[in-house]
Design a protein around this ligand. Structure first.
Ligand code: NAD
Length: 312
């Protein structure tokens, strides 16, 4: 099987590509990535001989056509992914996440691609006070990031309904683990704590996210790719709902640093209070997360301590 993986030089993408080349040595993996600030070939250096890398932008029709020419499947991770950047500069988010996804879909349908798996986020559902969102719940995104992801999800569904493209969508909760760019909460906290710098926490620190170790998300994407029902959406979550303050205190404890480093800062605009997803549909495919949250967090802290080349 020949698979094009977009965004494979980024955080989740590189973890997924690494899992795939080790688990399915017979598959031919092509990575399409424009190496934006969030992507790096260094993230793939240990497996560079097992993949073909194409530097290209998903908003560029020619780059997408060249990459998808003889492919059987597309797994689409590439995106602008940082909410704060989307509040500062929404345009790039619409370009990459909406137009880029359209470009890939259009090329996939013209090339009769057998399977198109789109990677999305629980943020598309918006905030929920009680209970958890199911895949059939309506999308209610709050930030330009989540709105652009919701837009791309709807395009993917429309290409299935209208053109019969064999699509799948995964919506995962907040990932953490090795190779996460140090702009996201957990690597920012680890980095600042290591240097005894203030740990900035939005608002009252009580916003709740479900956290999943990146390896567990990758195994979920693998299961959905191979066993998911075409046209369907699958939630992938770790079942670890934590406030930002809880996460911060755990990291400080792990690094043996004082809680006085915690610094509350002005809340993010439109900050969703709580995300929560129901993952039973994905579990029914035979998947479940393997990592205990605290073990995965300890592993991640250790990885950042041992891999300063990645974030310094
Ligand atoms: P990331 O920002 O670390 O990586 C994104 C990758 O896409 C980078 O390698 C970047 O170079 C590439 N890219 C960006 N724009 C591109 C373009 N125009 N053309 C080609 N490549 C481009 O993001 P991530 O955290 O690994 O997220 C991957 C996917 O998973 C995204 O679609 C994101 O929405 C989704 N997701 C992430 C999380 C999370 O917690 N990180 C949670 C749920 C869903």
């Amino acid at each position: 099987m020949k698979i094009v993986i977009t965004g494979g030089a980024g955080f989740i993408g590189c973890n997924f590509v690494r899992m795939m080349v080790n688990k399915y040595p017979d598959y031919e993996i092509k990575v399409l990535d424009n190496l934006s600030y969030a992507g790096s070939l260094d993230n793939l250096k240990d497996i560079s001989d097992k993949i073909e890398f194409i530097k290209g932008d998903i908003t560029n029709k020619e780059a997408v056509e060249n990459s998808l020419k003889d492919a059987d499947a597309v797994i689409h991770f590439a995106a602008e992914s940082h909410v704060d950047n989307s509040i500062e500069n929404p345009e790039n988010f619409v370009k990459t996440n909406v137009f880029g996804t359209y470009n890939l879909l259009e090329c996939a349908r013209k090339n009769d691609i057998d399977k198109f798996l789109h990677i999305s986020t629980d943020e598309t559902y918006g905030s929920i006070e009680r209970g958890s969102f199911k895949e059939t719940d309506r999308l209610d995104p709050a930030s330009p990031y989540s709105a652009s992801k919701a837009g791309s999800d709807l395009l993917v569904s429309a290409y299935h309904t209208t053109y019969g493209l064999n699509t799948l969508i995964t919506r995962s909760s907040n990932n953490f683990g090795p190779y996460q760019y140090p702009e996201k909460l957990i690597p920012v906290l680890i980095k600042n704590a290591i240097y005894n710098n203030p740990l900035p926490i939005y608002g009252d620190g009580l916003n709740v996210r479900d956290w999943i170790f990146v390896e567990d998300n990758c195994s979920g994407v693998d299961v959905v790719f191979h066993k998911g029902e075409i046209g369907e959406v699958y939630n992938i979550g770790g079942g670890n709902e934590k406030t930002n303050l809880e996460i911060t205190k755990l990291i400080l404890k792990e690094l043996n640093k004082p809680e006085e480093l915690i610094t509350f800062v002005k809340d993010r605009l439109g900050h969703d209070r709580r995300y929560s997803i129901d993952t039973n549909k994905t579990k029914a495919l035979g998947w479940e997360p393997k990592w205990e949250f605290e073990d995965a967090l300890k592993y991640t802290v250790k990885w950042y301590l041992e891999n300063k080349w990645f974030w310094e």
